[in-house]
Design a protein around this ligand. Sequence first.
Ligand SMILES: C[S@@+](CC[C@H](N)C(=O)[O-])C[C@H]1O[C@@H](n2cnc3c(N)ncnc32)[C@H](O)[C@@H]1O
Length: 197
Amino acid sequence: MEKLFPTLFDLIMQPIEKLKFHTIRRNLLSQTKGRVLEIGSGTGANFPYYQAGVTVDAIEPNAFMIKKSEEKKRAALVPITTHEADAESLPFEDNTFESVIATLVFCTIQHPLRALSEIKRVAKPGAPILFFEHVRMENPLFGLIQDILTPAWKKVADGCHLNRDTQHLIKQSGFHMCPAETFFKGLFLVIKCHNPF
Ligand SMILES: C[S@@+](CC[C@H](N)C(=O)[O-])C[C@H]1O[C@@H](n2cnc3c(N)ncnc32)[C@H](O)[C@@H]1O
């Protein structure tokens, strides 16, 4: 699955990307600045959206995903370095990054609170921390359906939790948050926050 998932992921995501995610990624990525940390870069879906002036360190634990991202890395407008690493144990010094971006990744990270604490450590005070994530929906029926589907979904989708309340976890971690933007009836959220000073 570890090897198959990168190919399946690109196949499934391409039409969705064209429909809506393209605009969301473009807007969000345009808000990164300076030295950027990308969490769980996967097949490099964000790489085409970085704008001149930033340098990117992208961490990703799956070597097959990193390999699949090589072409987009080469085509990017900005220097990108990929690192095989987990978000729960970031291979960087404290106060290193001017911004952090995580897209469609906190559903899959095994220990999200540990990862958020690591982000807080390596980001500079006041750095924008930007998320685009799918989350457990507020609608009770849809939320329940997500709860029921999650155990099977995790097995076929590389450990992805359909029902994770990532917004709550971010709040709990003490980031300064702006109101979230919701998409697809609250299934997807864009969450912009700042590392505390
Ligand atoms: C659904 S993909 C999203 C990839 C990309 N961020 C995007 O927007 O298309 C989730 C990614 O999170 C990665 N991942 C899983 N566990 C992780 C962890 N502990 N730390 C960092 N990334 C992780 C997976 O390998 C996978 O590449």
